[in-house]
Design a protein around this ligand. Structure first.
Ligand SMILES: Nc1ncnc2c1ncn2[C@@H]1O[C@H](COP(=O)(O)OP(=O)(O)OP(=O)(O)O)[C@@H](O)[C@H]1O
Ligand SMILES: [Mg+2]
Length: 242
């Protein structure tokens, strides 16, 4: 069974410890929510998993292979992909071209296969009618969808989602929840979001991070009812905790 494992993963920026000795494993078939106040280290943790950053110490493995020092492209080919908090969009590419690239270089498909894959992924993410539009012309919801589509086109077994629903309206968030739920069968999903209700619908496990430390990790309902959790949320904007 495919599994991503972090052992004692720490990342410092100067004197700041953004991620502090995190142990964590993700298994294919599970959808895991990750919450914590602004600056808790969630995005840094995902950046370490996908290879955007190297840990100061600790080890990351995908099954039996240590991937700690692999750069992003190699890690994507190994099966780890992330939809970033700030969509990484090339304004001069069309939506379809943007999704074909990870299908070619991430999933390793041929040109013909990548075209077909891009069409399937765009349909799934609700972007089929915008395939020929320039990415620069997209609004926020569609940029978020495109960022997710790019990650999916790499055909990851480990899919990392960083605030793909942030800034969306309630019905748009609901659409994202439905989409994420449809993705979980043959993947592990780790979903960072400040919208607990969205995570509750999609995830059966919840992790809480605070000041770089993983403070809670377990079945969603159990973690959600932990007395420490609302205290953590005191540091989060009111609408996020609602
Ligand atoms: N490249 C960097 N250089 C220096 N400090 C950084 C860097 N990236 C992140 N940090 C710091 O590390 C801490 C964790 O940041 P991170 O972005 O991981 O938090 P987060 O939990 O994703 O927050 P948010 O909910 O606001 O997205 C913060 O104090 C941030 O300022
Ligand atoms: Mg973040």
């Amino acid at each position: 069974m495919t599994q991503l494992t972090l052992q004692g993963v720490t990342r410092r920026f100067g004197v700041l410890t953004a991620v502090d000795a995190v142990d964590l494993s993700l298994r294919v078939g599970e959808c895991v929510g990750l919450i914590g106040p602004n600056g808790a280290g969630k995005s840094t943790l995902l950046a370490l998993m996908v290879g955007d950053l190297r840990p100061t110490s600790g080890q990351i493995s995908l099954n039996d292979t240590v991937v700690t020092r692999l750069p992003v492209p190699a890690r994507v080919r190994a099966g780890i992909a992330r939809a970033a908090q700030i969509p990484q969009i090339f304004d001069r590419l069309t939506v379809s071209e943007s999704v074909r690239l990870p299908a070619l270089y991430g999933a390793g498909l041929s040109d013909t296969q990548a075209r077909a894959e891009a069409a399937i992924v765009l349909e799934r993410c609700g972007l089929a009618d915008k395939a020929q539009a320039y990415a620069s012309a997209l609004g926020l919801l569609d940029r978020k969808r495109l960022e997710l589509a790019k990650a999916l086109a790499a055909r990851p077994r480990i899919l990392l989602l960083d605030e793909i629903a942030a800034g969306l309206t309630e019905p748009e968030v609901e659409e994202m929840v439905v989409l994420v739920k449809s993705l979980r069968d043959d993947r592990a999903i780790l979903w960072v979001e400040h919208i607990p209700m969205a995570l509750r619908e999609a995830c059966e496990r919840l992790i809480v991070m605070e000041r770089g430390v993983k403070t809670l990790d377990g079945p969603f309902a159990q973690v959600w009812s932990d007395p420490g959790l609302q205290a953590v949320y005191m540091g989060v904007p009111g609408d996020a905790a609602a």
